[in-house]
Design a protein around this ligand. Structure first.
Ligand SMILES: [Zn+2]
Length: 172
């Protein structure tokens, strides 16, 4: 039962804007306070002597909450997270990662979301102080500043397929 209560619930604003991923426990409290309606359920039920409740998976606030996301911090951790901890040159994952300046710093490259990517050590070394073009190394994707949605999308696990339609992910 405890592990069920620690499941994640996608919380949407009244206009369906995804605003957070909360523990089930929190969603159930909101449900009892009649602050949310349940849009999607997990298969499992929570059973207690006094109630049987199907576990919510996606809930929507009944009243619109004006809500501003804090900007996603420009940090090493968030760059790695954006790039799925995957080398953006060779696609390797599960190896020690470094951050690579696409245009090297000494050649005027900036400290921005668009100029820094995750790279494995061999790729970073191979590229050295050259641009991708000079080193003939192609980026897997053009790096951009991530949005909150990008990070929410990364939380979607097998049993959360129902989230996809709310997170602008293709159903394929
Ligand atoms: Zn690599």
């Amino acid at each position: 039962m405890n592990s069920l209560l620690n499941r994640r619930v996608l919380v949407l604003n009244q206009n369906y804007q995804p605003i957070s991923i909360a523990p089930t426990k929190r969603a159930i409290i909101l449900l009892f306070l009649e602050k949310v309606e349940v849009l999607e359920h997990y298969r499992e039920f929570i059973n207690s002597p006094s109630l049987s409740l199907q576990l919510p998976s996606v809930v929507k606030l009944k009243n619109y909450t004006s809500f501003r996301f804090r900007d996603i911090g420009f940090t090493r951790k968030n760059i790695l997270k954006r790039d799925h901890y995957t080398c953006q040159y060779c696609g390797k994952t599960n190896v020690p990662m470094t951050l690579d300046h696409i245009i090297p710093r000494r050649r005027g490259g900036k400290e921005t979301w668009e100029n820094i990517v995750t790279a494995c050590m061999p790729c970073n070394e191979k590229k050295g102080f050259r641009t991708p073009r000079e080193s003939n190394m192609k980026l897997l994707r053009i790096p951009k500043k991530p949005t909150r949605i990008t990070f929410f999308q990364q939380h979607v696990k097998k049993h959360q397929q129902a989230w996809k339609q709310y997170l602008f992910m293709d159903r394929k």
